[in-house]
Design a binder for this molecule. Structure first.
Ligand code: NJP
Length: 239
């Protein structure tokens, strides 16, 4: 059978581009997110399978594993669902937004990875975790986001070490600025502020990042790309 990948946060941006790219490379893909209308459109376009999965919901993730078991197992998971909230300076930032951001980026990744790991261990497979260049160093307003992406990165790097000797590769991909709806979410729908993020340079496209993810997955089985940083040529900082 074809190799099968699960992509979380597949209804937009990097996740949707990864589904397109992996389908073009011959993978069976299960595309998951909360917005099912978008998933259906992607399925019609690419032939991917879809399932509504909120990565912050234990029940959804349990149903996801049942679905995977019943329909042929799993060879790779791309933990892509994520985002930034609470980007004010520490003095003013919102505790609840940090909690939600941790739940999505860190516990969402942990919940999904832990749940599918037995399937990957059965026949060998890959765990990809999408982090960010924001995980690399602090910047004003970024304490919460740098923190959760650093935690996701440590989750990936620790898991890789814990699984040494097993046929499961763990790959951390850290993109710089990518032109997606992410910055709109980041600035709570303020389009003017979102547009300013990319002023002065050309950001990566979601396809650029999807290409990088697909490349890591296409390495020979004995090669583990531990960590891949991909950023726009003109991006000077990690924000
Ligand atoms: O963002 P966007 P990107 N459960 O907003 C989904 C990281 N990153 O593609 O559920 C399940 O277009 C949401 O789907 P829906 C970033 O941190 C980005 O740019 O239908 N899914 C949508 O499909 C993130 O980890 C940049 O609302 C949930 C997707 O997540 C990854 O790249 C830079 C969910 C977000 O799509 C993809 O972000 C960087 C939930 N609870 C890292 N909540 C950048 N764009 O500049 C949201 O360094 N989603």
């Amino acid at each position: 059978r074809s190799r099968r990948a699960l992509v979380t946060g597949a209804s937009a941006g990097i996740g949707a581009a990864t589904v397109r790219r992996l389908r073009a490379d011959g993978w069976d893909v299960l595309a998951t997110a909360r917005r099912t209308d978008r998933l259906e459109a992607l399925a019609a376009e690419t032939g991917a399978q879809t399932l509504r999965v909120d990565v912050t919901d234990d029940g959804d993730v349990a149903a996801l594993v049942e679905h995977l078991r019943a329909t042929g197992g799993l060879d790779a998971v791309v933990n892509n669902a994520g985002g930034a909230l609470g980007l004010e300076p520490v003095a003013e930032t919102d505790v609840e937004q940090w909690r939600a951001m941790y739940e999505l980026n860190v516990l969402g990744t942990l919940r999904v990875t832990q749940a599918v790991l037995p399937l990957l261990r059965e026949g060998g497979g890959d765990v990809v975790v999408i982090t960010s260049t924001a995980a690399l160093a602090p910047y004003p307003g970024g304490a919460g986001y740098t923190g959760v992406k650093h935690a996701a990165r440590m989750l990936a790097e620790t898991l890789r070490w814990e699984l040494v000797g097993e046929p499961v590769r763990v790959i951390q991909v850290a993109p710089g600025a990518v032109e997606t709806e992410f910055s709109l979410v980041r600035f709570a729908g303020d389009e003017e502020r979102a547009a300013k993020v990319y002023e002065g340079y050309r950001p990566l496209s979601a396809d650029d990042v999807a290409d990088a993810i697909a490349w890591t997955l296409s390495r020979p089985a004995h090669v583990n790309v531990d960590s891949l940083v991909i950023r726009p040529l003109a991006q000077a900082t990690n924000t």
